[in-house]
Design a protein around this ligand. Structure first.
Ligand SMILES: [Zn+2]
Ligand SMILES: [Zn+2]
Length: 334
């Protein structure tokens, strides 16, 4: 499949672009946040991931016969969910391999890593923005435990599909929200610890801390901004999903950056998605490069995000994803 980028400002011809947006006069673009909900949905609908793109990017699918989620294998991803007898894990920080104990617990292991390595595409090597060390080195931070992203396969049974619309007047349908989660490391890989849902006007409609199901290995506070103390106000994942379902159904358009990670952590199957990591990806003949939200915010919006010493904010990230849509520069055409 060849994917080409077509500039929306070009005259729309042919069948490659959804007719739902064809009535939009690009010379008088109205800010998205000023559009009425129904119109907003129509303008954004063509940016949705296709079924093929959902698969390519590892979004969860629902297997009705097995009554569980299925995660497509992507080119770069290792398996996120493994069988109960597969105790091998790879540390998400230092990349070392190790084994869990047979009961799923973990012995301490020296984890030495750099916490802010960034890939330099020009020099084709990591830049160590954490400590600015010039050459290769094992790390500038040492922790007592490794961390990992892999969860047990039986977690796939805990997934839910977002609820269907309750008739044609369901107010949740055709709504657009930015969604972002902060994730922490537990004995069952990455679990959600905070969920934020923001509407197109930048208003936070839901922001809640979520209790992990398994023992926490690391709150990943430098990045997640979540601390053990936040858990005093946390609700269960089940309660969190019920709160989410007050605003979203299967027809709600969710906007996020690499939203497949958030949906996997929420144990949720949802296919009405705009993914800014895909929308703004750089496609080369042999490789597709996804830019971080921080890089996109800087390059496209001139905005500095994820810079706080106390970690990221899922509200800030959600708002940034929605702001990126205001650019409406490209549409991916299969
Ligand atoms: Zn490690
Ligand atoms: Zn470092």
């Amino acid at each position: 499949m060849t994917i080409e980028l077509v500039q929306m400002k070009k005259k729309r011809t042919g069948s490659s672009i959804s007719s739902s947006s064809s009535d939009e006069d690009v010379s008088t673009l109205v800010p998205l946040k000023k559009l009425a909900p129904g119109k907003l949905y129509n303008v954004l609908e063509h940016m949705k991931l296709s079924c093929e793109q959902l698969q390519q990017n590892g979004y969860p699918f629902w297997d009705p016969s097995a009554k569980q989620a299925v995660i497509p294998l992507t080119v770069n991803n290792q398996r996120d969910f493994v069988a109960g007898n597969d105790l091998f894990r790879k540390c998400a920080r230092c990349r070392k391999g190790f084994s869990l104990n047979a009961d799923g617990t973990m012995a301490p292991g020296r984890c030495v890593y750099h916490h802010r390595p960034k890939w330099d595409p020009v020099q084709r090597r990591p830049l160590l923005t954490c400590c600015n060390k010039p050459g290769p080195s094992s790390g500038c931070i040492e922790e007592e435990h490794h961390v990992f992203n892999t969860a047990w396969e039986d977690t796939l049974w805990e997934f839910m599909v977002t609820p269907s619309a309750r008739g044609e007047t369901d107010f949740r349908s055709k709504k657009v929200y930015g969604l972002d989660c902060e994730l922490i490391h537990t004995l069952n890989g990455l679990e959600v610890a905070r969920v934020s849902l923001v509407n197109m006007k930048g208003k936070v409609v839901l922001d809640t801390f979520v209790l992990p199901t398994y023992e926490v290995i690391s709150y990943n506070s430098t990045f997640s901004g979540v601390t053990e103390r936040d858990m005093e106000n946390a609700i269960s994942l089940k309660a969190c999903r019920l709160q989410l379902f007050q605003y979203i159904n299967s027809e709600t358009l969710l906007v996020g950056h690499s939203l497949e990670s958030d949906l996997k952590a929420l144990r949720l199957v949802h296919h009405n998605v705009i993914d800014t990591s895909v929308l703004f990806s750089i496609r080369k003949p042999d490789v597709t490069i996804k830019l971080s939200l921080q890089t996109l915010a800087k390059e496209k919006l001139g905005k500095t995000i994820q810079n706080a010493k106390c970690g990221h904010s899922s509200i800030e990230d959600s708002i940034t994803c929605l702001e990126l849509l205001e650019l409406r520069p490209f549409v991916a055409v299969n």
